[in-house]
Design a protein around this ligand. Structure first.
Ligand code: NAP
Length: 401
């Protein structure tokens, strides 16, 4: 039986998960592909930390050793950062290999160039693992794009921030305490900046934007806000009003411009994200024909990510995918939006006549509705404003304003 020879770049959480899954699912892969799938080489940075999992596997720190293998079919990128991942995959494509990547940062910035090169060289490129781990979001969007236009996307794409927000709410802890728990459980890295400041979610949003709209948002126009400033008393007031904080990526397109926001928002109990807890991810896709579709599942981890990479391998071997992009997908802009405003010295008169007060949650917190928040208010240092997603149903009667 002929073989599909695979090289793994990186042998950490993802690399090891892929190796083990290829071994444990060998029979199934052979039945699906009619060929044995064999990891023939592994690239690492520090060879002293590693032992080759099998004597026939080349373990190396030198990428040229891998490129010079006579029979190599697929290169899987499971290393970290834009470089050297980008250069390594370009060389693999040049050599005529299919490539699969889990490296979202690299793909967010260099995905377009890699896709063009792969098309030119007639090889396949899979990137399911770059967004939402085990949730088959890339495949689903591809399939929907053949007939649907996308009206907008909202998503929880970072398990670490969702875990921290869930713990702050359930335990009444501060952000710092919840971050420490996330670290102790292996859900946050020693330097958690990428997660808690929203960079990781932004990279994933950029990958989705490229797929759906055929382009990326202008990075200068992207609103990116982390979760570090959320206070326990904001959590408590929100909880009492049946609202939950979620760190959400929003993608939309109007007036020929792609908008991307990564920010903490509040959702009511009627919103599908309300129940998305812990390290789960969730993606809500609004389309013209299908309506709104929501997917939820593990957004990271050894085996969910390996599952996404193996799905890509199977797809690549069966067909090369040219991604359709629904450039004409646009978003209907809602005229009125809702926000929750937290502010020590806020009184109803200061909110202005263009702002409708939906509910006063307590002496320092208001649910309001408006077309936009006046600059004076949004720039005020003693006011914190969170967008509210979904429709807030007034809880307290009579209205307390
Ligand atoms: N972890 C997840 O759940 C998850 C989910 C989806 C996507 N991803 C993405 O998948 C990639 C890998 O994540 P991970 O969690 O597996 O990371 P990890 O555990 O830190 O492993 C990274 C691996 O890459 C190797 N490496 C790093 N830089 C290298 C270089 N310049 N040359 C050669 N090898 C290098 C490291 O080698 P040494 O061991 O020798 O240092 C290590 O084996 C990242 O891009 C990440 O964003 C991760």
């Amino acid at each position: 039986m002929s073989k599909i020879n695979v090289a793994l770049l990186g042998y950490g959480t993802v690399g090891k998960g892929v190796y083990r899954t290829i071994e444990s699912h060998q029979d199934r892969l052979q039945r699906l592909l009619g060929k044995e799938v064999k990891v023939v080489a592994i690239l690492v940075r520090n060879i002293d930390k590693h032992i080759a999992p099998d004597e026939h596997v080349l373990l190396t720190t030198n990428y040229e050793d891998i490129l010079s293998l006579p029979e190599l079919h697929i290169v899987i990128d499971a290393i970290v950062g834009r470089e050297p991942g980008f250069s390594y995959l370009k060389k693999a494509i040049d050599k005529g290999c299919h490539v699969v990547t889990a490296n979202k940062e690299m793909f967010a910035f260099h995905g377009t160039e890699l896709q063009a090169l792969a098309l030119e060289k007639g090889v396949g490129l899979g990137y399911e693992a770059t967004v939402a781990g085990g949730i088959p979001i890339i495949q689903t969007i591809r399939q929907l794009l053949s007939v649907n236009h996308f009206l907008g996307i909202e998503a929880i794409l970072n398990g670490t921030t969702n875990f921290i927000l869930t713990n702050m709410r359930k335990l009444g802890s501060t952000f710092a305490e919840a971050l420490q728990v996330a670290k102790e459980n292996g859900y946050a890295e020693s330097d958690p900046t990428n997660d808690i400041e929203g960079y990781d979610a932004l990279y994933k949003g950029m990958v989705l934007s490229q797929l759906i709209y055929g382009g990326k948002p202008n990075i200068k126009s992207v609103k990116r806000k982390g979760i570090t400033h959320i206070q326990p008393n904001h959590m408590k007031i929100a909880e009492e009003a049946d609202l939950r904080f979620k760190h959400v990526v929003t993608l939309s397109k109007s007036n020929n411009e792609i908008q991307c926001k990564v920010e903490p928002v509040l959702v009511p109990d009627s919103h599908p994200f309300y129940q998305v807890e812990g390290v789960q991810n969730s993606v809500s896709l609004a389309t013209d024909l299908l309506g709104t579709l929501q997917l939820q599942g593990p957004g990271a981890g050894m085996f969910p990510t390996a599952s996404a990479i193996l799905e890509d391998i199977i797809q690549l071997e069966n067909e090369h995918k040219a991604p359709p992009a629904a450039k004409d997908s646009v978003t209907d802009q809602d005229a009125l939006s809702q926000w929750v405003i937290f502010g020590g010295y806020l009184e109803s008169e200061k909110l202005g006549s263009d702002i409708k007060i939906i509910e006063k949650l307590d002496d320092t917190a208001w649910v309001i509705e408006a077309e936009y928040i006046p600059l004076g208010l949004s720039h005020s240092s003693d006011v914190t404003i969170y967008p509210l997603r979904g429709k807030y149903e007034r809880k307290k009667l009579p209205i307390q304003v």
